[in-house]
Design a protein around this ligand. Sequence first.
Ligand code: PLP
Length: 442
Amino acid sequence: MTTADTQPIRNPALAALAAQPISIVTEPPGPRAKEMIARALPYLSPSLIHCYPLMVQRASGCMVEDVDGNIYFDAEAGVATASTGHCHPAVAAAIAAQAEVLIHICGTDFHYPGYGAICAKLDELARRIGPNAHHWQTFLTNSGTEAVEAAIKLVRHHTRRQGLIAFRGGFHGRTLGSLSLTASKSKYRRRFGPLLPGVFHAKYGDADSVEELFGTVASADDVAAIIVEPVLGEGGYVVPPADFLPRLRTIADRHGILLVFDEVQSGMGRTGKMFAAEHTGVVPDVMLLAKGIASGMPLGAMIARRELMTWPPGSHGSTIAGNPVAIAAGLATIELLDNELVANSARVGDTLRTALSAKLRGEPAVTEVRGVGLMIGVELMTPELAHAIANECFKRGLLVLECGSKAIRFSPPLIINDVQAVAIADLFAAVCREVRAIGAPA
Ligand code: PLP
């Protein structure tokens, strides 16, 4: 039984939605969606992706309803963010209760109870990573990219070194500092240069390639930090070889370099452990969180060993980051994750990966099913196939996103159950067969 089952959903219409099956009543995008999207588009930044024309009315649990009454299963969870499911009643209640007493005062300049509470909670959780885990201190942010920016500033400030090593395939955000690390697709960087100097990219999964950088372009004693996703997210849902993170730890220690784990996507239970770092026991010096930490409220965190937090008051801050309402959502989310949803992620993640592997076995469109917990990637033969399959899934009521150059990612809410996992694997396999049979556009 999941928390979603034990917590009453107060709005009966939302409760009903969470229990609905997929239901496509009019081919999406339906007439209302088409009309509303056409009305909105002239006012929107064209940089937004809009991978398919979904106009969401409301969402509950794993289900999303569009403005035409179509009901979808959300196997992407608002890009791996609605960790406790959409509008979890405990999270919604925490948000509502906090909004009645204090929405904002500025955590950079003043104290309020939630800020300390969530930082203490993150310390408690991070101490579980491994035997050598530290005492952690936290700087809260509004987003993943802000957590990355904070890390770049902290590691430079603390080490008095400038160099940064990231990995090809990595995604760390879109602001100029984090974008300098991002190397998953060149479209993110095109025409935005010059980016930060002193950033070098090694090959993901290959610790030797870091040593090669030291020998060729990046003197190790100029390097402040190695920044890495423990499981590659936007770059393709790739689990690195088992020795990769331990070797990065050794290399970093040898050269006095800090090791930063960007767990913005892989953290908060997504991989079946609270942090992906727990799979290896490798303890980073800095860890970055966002996405699933507050079920979709804007909250991120840059947590670091206490000894590294040597920057003085005023050296970094934010007006809104860690606002009381986002923190209330975060605390409620973390309680749900820690009580049962992380374990559910591991268990149902196995079910989903096994079901996808079984149902896609022999399917010529698919070259690999991979992943850990509820961070599962399906690699297709071509980018065109991946795109066509994601679109057809949408039309059939299954929301998935692409990643890497030709993969599809499954990152459903961590409340998903076994029956739902098998059902979406079935539907996905059927879509793969049909799209391949009719021939995806070349
Ligand atoms: N880091 C990783 C690993 C991510 O996956 C993302 C977003 O997808 C980010 C950083 C940036 O987070 P945000 O979009 O909240 O700025």
